[in-house]
Ligand binder design. Sequence first.
Ligand SMILES: *Cc1c(COP(=O)(O)O)cnc(C)c1O
Length: 232
Amino acid sequence: MSIAGNLGIIEEKIAAAAVKAGRAPSSVRLVAVSKMQSAAAVDAAARAGQRLFGENYVQELAAKSEEVRESVTWHFIGSLQSNKVRLIAGLVTMIHSVDRLSLAQEIDRQWGRLGKVCDVLVQVNVSGESTKSGSSSGQVLDLVRDISRLSHVRIKGLMTMPPFFDDPEGARPFFRELRRLSGLIGDEGIANVEMTELSMGMSGDFQVAIEEGATLVRIGSAIFGERIARVR
Ligand SMILES: *Cc1c(COP(=O)(O)O)cnc(C)c1O
């Protein structure tokens, strides 16, 4: 199946999951995850109407963004080292993976130099698995409060990666917990903090995530197929 064909199928499935959950299909945005895929693959998806892409690796994104010919928007979704933030400053419109104050401070510094504000999501390690990055559920409110004081960073919501399950239903409690945390934080009414975005759901479990309130689904292999190895 072609990238355009896969995209069409995914868009239909997103819309169906939204309708099933009593939500408007337009309330869910697709982030096409193009890590370890070529610039040509991004261009093909863009020509099929997909304009929002997610990348995990700073150098790969910087190089690919030069190669891509179509007009696209990038989100950064991978774990991010503070010393690499300057390489993507101004290049991405949202960072989904902010999990510590020091990283948010560096984003604030780099976007501040540009006189711009960076939209961010706070990543939460809902499962508590040691291999996953993200703030713990217990610390996320304090982290949000600290980040909210930075003037060149604007918190738009939360992101999570649940553990892997063969049956996507296994991920449901983790998605539900992220939404509960989002509600709790939203109720605090913290200045400069919106809890409008929930970034959750990937190729294997996005329908469940949408049923649990996802507004951004991050889908890679179901659109582009297997990932190719690529120098980071
Ligand atoms: C790779 C990746 C995805 C996409 O995963 P697929 O299973 O290929 O859809 C989503 N989110 C993050 C953070 C990723 O690293």
